[in-house]
Every structure is written in structure tokens, then in C-alpha cells.
Ligand binder design. Structure first.
Ligand SMILES: Nc1ncnc2c1ncn2[C@@H]1O[C@H](COP(=O)(O)OP(=O)(O)OP(=O)(O)O)[C@@H](O)[C@H]1O
Length: 255
């Protein structure tokens, strides 16, 4: 569903690349945590999937297409296959819960009939039935994030990208958002979630891809700590983290 083939990204005027020779394969229906310290390249990786930016080297494929080779008029079509959730919710403050979610369908030309049917179904799914007429400031942080998840999912995208979706929420509320994302994942939607939340990652036993200085230093199927990190992906040109050191550090809060 998502494939990175030796992808590097160097921003102008930056000494180190944000991503360096990243190889990654995310299958349809997978749930992948993307972890790593601040500045390790998580958001950059998500931006390349969304084609908000393009790789300096290598190829990024989404649903079999090399996103850098898409003509600009096809980019909106690519993005319609993806929903995005951010740490800071990014709701429209003067629009109701219903209208925030409906807006995502209006801009892609869906009919009023379709919107009237699908928005309430989606709000029900995220646990916001009965709160359709509230404005964002009349909701808790967790509820606002549920609106953002509803907006990202209302068009039933094949992929949902979440960039630290629980970063502004307390642990109990974060767990609720995580359960919601897992429910969405069970419908077949592929999810890639960047996070610093050790608790959520440890509890859910899902695949964990760890970045360090733009390099993949771990890719483990069940988030378990017993397996060796994927050192084969580390380029000879970069200062690789010795496996023993990486394993030892995993217990600490590197991210
Ligand atoms: N637009 C930009 N121009 C120049 N450098 C950038 C730009 N965006 C990110 N970077 C740099 O690229 C590196 C990776 O940043 P990125 O935002 O991808 O990290 P991150 O892992 O998402 O961090 P965080 O956890 O803090 O969100 C950092 O060194 C950052 O300073």
C-alpha cells in the first residue's frame, strides 16, 4: 500500500538529511507506529506519503503509484485516498461538528443526500452522536480529536495518516482515540501513526518502525523488544547505531 525505496529527503539549507535511504513496506490493512525522537524524520515521512513534498532520492509508492511522478492535477485524487489527523486537531472553529465533517465531503463534490447519510453514521462511529450541533470550543480535547478522526475517515480512505494524534491528550483520552483508530483499522484502512506515546505503543503490540536521525533503526512486527533491529537498512554512509546500544537504549525514553 505504501512503499519507500531507498528514500532520502534533504531540505535546503539543512546540514543533515531529514530521511536517509529509508526502505519501508506497509501492506494494505496494516497498523504501523512510527516512532523516534523529535526531529528524527517522522513528519517528513508522512509528508512524502501525502506528496506535500517530494523525495530528494529514491521512490515513494502509494497504491502502486510513484507519487513524485503524478502530474499535479492527479495529486488531489491521490490525497482523497488518504485521511490525515494532526496533534492540534485543525478544526474549523466557526463550524459545527456536523459541518466540520461535512466540509470534507463538500469540497470533493459529494451530494447533499450522501452527506446527510454518511456524516451521522461517521459521527456515531466515533462516539459523537448527539453532539452534531456543537462548535469545537464546546468540546473537550478528546472530543475535538474524534471530530478530526471523523473528518479524516468520512470518505472511507484506504490510508489514514496520524501525526501524533494523542500528543495533546491525557492518557485515558489517548487510549480512547487509540481504540477508535484500531476500530477504523479493522474496517481495512491502513494506518500509519507517528507518536511519542510509549504507553500506547507498548500496550498495542503492533508493528513499530523507529527512525533515528532520518534512518530506520528498528522495524519490528509486534512492537516486542526481544527482536533485533533492522540494521540491514542502515546505510554504510551513516553512523549506524550498534545493535547492542540500540537494544539497551530501547528501555529509555529516547522518543
Ligand atoms: N521545511 C523544512 N525545512 C528545513 N528543515 C526541515 C523542514 N521540516 C523539517 N526539517 C528538518 O528535518 C528533520 C526532521 O524533521 P521532522 O519534522 O520530520 O521530524 P519529526 O520526527 O516529525 O519531529 P517531531 O517529533 O518533533 O514532530 C529535522 O532536523 C527538521 O529540523
Amino acid at each position: 500500500m505504501i512503499r519507500f525505496e531507498s528514500v532520502s529527503k534533504a531540505y535546503p539549507r539543512s546540514r543533515r538529511p531529514a530521511l536517509h535511504r529509508v526502505n519501508l513496506d506497509v501492506e494494505r490493512g496494516e497498523f504501523v507506529f512510527l516512532v523516534g525522537a523529535s526531529g528524527s524524520g517522522k513528519s517528513t515521512l508522512l509528508r512524502l506519503v501525502l506528496r506535500e513534498d517530494v523525495a530528494t532520492r529514491g521512490h515513494v509508492y502509494v497504491a502502486g503509484r510513484d507519487v513524485a511522478r503524478l502530474s499535479s492535477w492527479k495529486v488531489p485524487h491521490l490525497r482523497r485516498q488518504m485521511g490525515v489527523v494532526f496533534q492540534d486537531f485543525r478544526l474549523l472553529p466557526s463550524k459545527s461538528v456536523f459541518d466540520n465533517v461535512a466540509f470534507a465531503l463538500q469540497v470533493i463534490g459529494k451530494s447533499r443526500h450522501h452527506i446527510a447519510q454518511v456524516v451521522p453514521e461517521t459521527l456515531e462511529l466515533v462516539g459523537l452522536a448527539g453532539k452534531e450541533r456543537r462548535l469545537p470550543h464546546e468540546l473537550s480535547g478528546g472530543e475535538q480529536q474524534r471530530v478530526a478522526v471523523a473528518r479524516a475517515f468520512v470518505n472511507r480512505p484506504a490510508i489514514l495518516l496520524a501525526d501524533e494524534p494523542t500528543g495533546n491528550l491525557d492518557p485515558a483520552t489517548s487510549e480512547g482515540i487509540m481504540k477508535l483508530l484500531e476500530r477504523i483499522n479493522r474496517t481495512g484502512t491502513t494506518i500509519v501513526m507517528a507518536t511519542h506515546d510509549h504507553g500506547l505503543v507498548d500496550a498495542s503490540k503492533k508493528r513499530v518502525v523507529e527512525l533515528e536521525g532520518g534512518v530506520v533503526v528498528r522495524d519490528e512486527a509486534d512492537g516486542g523488544y526481544g527482536l533485533a533491529p533492522v540494521t540491514g537498512m542502515i546505510s554504510a554512509q551513516m553512523p549506524a547505531v550498534p545493535p547492542a546500544q540500540a537494544a539497551g537504549e530501547r528501555e529509555g525514553a529516547r522518543w
